[in-house]
Design a protein around this ligand. Structure first.
Ligand code: GLC
Length: 522
């Protein structure tokens, strides 16, 4: 390994531009960027992930990676983020990246190029790992699981190899999901020697246990170069396959997930995706920290995407104007009294869409409108297209993704439907609450932790919820919400008051991450 480092050092010059600028790194002294503010040593944290807003997003993971680092206290922590440089990133974002350096890394029996770029975004320093073979596709992820493993095992090794080159020594590497699961493993294996790497701690945050990065042991061993020793059932192997997320969970110093309820659920066979035994075994090091959302980006008072901004005081008059506007835009019947229900989601099994499919005809007999936005599995895309055709003035299926339209939906709708089968945290319900759009959810994972069920006797709660994964239980709950909306408007408006007063900005959860970093670093 040391020889690799040395090799890299030789190449820490800007060869491409010919400028010959050495990067900030001193071999012997290892200037690890230990800063100091008011006498406190700065703690360095590196987020490693496969996506992050604004550079690249397919789901909620990107929102978390893009927003949490901004909210970690800069007086005590220097938080930086490292993600792949995807060719499919928007050109205007690629234009923001600056070349830092490159080197060659021994990987999968080859000597492969690792480029490093950087950018500053909203006060957060981003690094990008560049390799055109691995990150050149038309989408961030491919449909080939073996290839995905090769790409992200490359990313994981490249992240660690890049650190001495860029001269940033994190005290903690905060990994996210299976794509970075090998970082804690490599940290304990080939990157454990020497002053630079010794003592670096790692955390893995599970955003979705369903995706684990699995492939046959022999191939993964061959690709990653990890010795056979690591491929046993107490380490990377699970049910005869190699499993990258499992590696992360076994080797990270702490494991977190994105809500308290999900942290409990994944210790059970139903939600555990085969890893519940391991998660029970690691339960002392496993904690749930609920996600927040960016309260600047999601603010109905200043949102540039919505035609009629509003706030907690004037929503009674102003919010509804957004509904009329959206009805017109989407070709729905224009009637501001109609209850409009929104659904912005990846169209996958996780989101409970089979429940909706099952009762859609019944639901469409009600006095409601349904606005859908998202892409995903073809059968769900077609299901919504079909109902859009069948109930043209009631259902609007927008089978694509658009950020501006999502904001308009949060602002325009009265209620927001999210009947997930499982939901590690869920961010859309938080966005809905922020916009005074009442969530109707199944009580699972983060949905249970963030939506307080309406109690008509005590006049409490911020939404409607049901327990069992049952289509008619969902339909009854929607109908109960319809009843409050149409027959008890004052109660409904009080629900909106409470929803808009709920605080799911990052500050509480960011403090919990900071406590964890402090505790790990000691
Ligand atoms: C995944 C989960 C979602 C969570 C998000 C961010 O997309 O499915 O529930 O909110 O990650 O943590």
């Amino acid at each position: 390994m040391l020889s690799l480092l040395e090799q890299m050092l030789v190449q820490t010059f800007d060869e491409r531009s010919g400028a010959g600028t050495p990067v900030a790194f001193q071999r012997s002294g290892c200037n690890f960027l230990i800063n100091s503010v008011e006498g406190f040593p700065m703690k360095n944290i590196l987020f490693a992930a496969s996506e992050g807003v604004p550079f690249i997003k397919t789901g909620g993971l990107a929102d978390v990676v893009g927003s949490l680092p901004k909210c970690i206290d800069k007086k005590y922590f220097d938080v930086r983020v490292i993600i792949p440089k995807y060719a499919c990133m928007k050109q205007e974002l690629k234009d923001k990246l600056n070349y830092v350096t490159h080197f060659y890394m021994d990987y999968n029996w080859k000597n492969v190029y690792v480029g490093i770029l950087e950018a500053e975004e909203d006060g957060v320093h981003y690094y990008f790992i560049d390799n055109e073979t691995y990150f050149n596709g038309p989408k961030p992820y491919s449909d080939d699981p073996r290839w995905e493993i090769e790409r992200y095992a490359f990313f994981s090794k490249a992240v660690l190899s890049a650190l001495p080159v860029i001269g940033f020594r994190p005290d903690v590497i905060h990994c996210h999901d299976w794509q970075t699961g090998l970082i804690p493993v490599y940290l304990k294996e080939r990157f454990r020697e020497g002053d630079f790497f010794r003592g670096i701690k790692s955390i893995i945050t599970i955003h979705n246990l369903k995706f684990q990065g699995r492939w046959d042991t022999k191939t993964v061993q061959n690709i990653t170069g990890l010795p056979e020793y690591y491929f046993t059932p107490d380490k990377l192997e699970a049910y005869k396959d190699a499993n990258l997320l499992k590696g992360g969970i076994v080797y990270a110093d702490a494991v977190t997930t994105v809500s308290d309820t999900y942290a409990e659920e994944i210790k059970t066979p139903f939600y555990g995706e085969g890893l519940d035994g391991l998660l029970r075994a690691r339960s002392r090091d496993l904690r749930g920290i609920v996600n927040g959302i960016d309260y600047t980006d999601f603010n109905p008072e200043t949102d540039k995407h919505i035609p009629y901004p509003y706030n907690a005081v004037n929503f009674r008059k102003e919010k509804v104007k957004n509904k009329k506007d959206l009805q017109q835009e989407l070709g729905l019947r224009q009637d501001d009294k109609k209850m409009m229900i929104g659904l912005v989601s990846r169209l996958t099994d996780q989101k409970g869409l089979d429940l909706i499919a099952y009762v859609m005809d019944e639901l469409c007999q009600d006095d409601i409108q349904l606005v859908v936005l998202g892409t995903g599995e073809e059968r769900y895309e077609n299901m919504f297209r079909h109902f859009d055709w069948k109930y043209n003035d009631k259902v609007s299926a927008n089978i694509y993704y658009s950020d501006p339209l999502s904001h308009k939906i949060y602002a325009a709708c009265d209620a927001f439907l999210m009947p997930s089968l499982f939901e590690p945290c869920g961010l859309s319900q938080l966005m809905a609450l922020r916009y005074g759009t009442i969530p109707i959810v199944r009580e699972t994972g983060g949905l249970k932790d963030t939506v307080a069920p309406y109690n008509e006797y005590e006049s409490t709660g911020t939404g409607f919820s049901f327990t069992n994964y049952n289509a008619h239980e969902m339909l009854n709950t929607i109908r109960y919400a319809e009843h409050i909306y149409y027959d008890k408007k004052r109660e409904w408006n009080k629900l909106v008051d409470r929803a808009m007063a709920a605080d799911f900005s990052w500050h509480v959860s960011a403090a919990r991450y900071q406590e964890m970093y402090d505790w790990l670093i000691g």
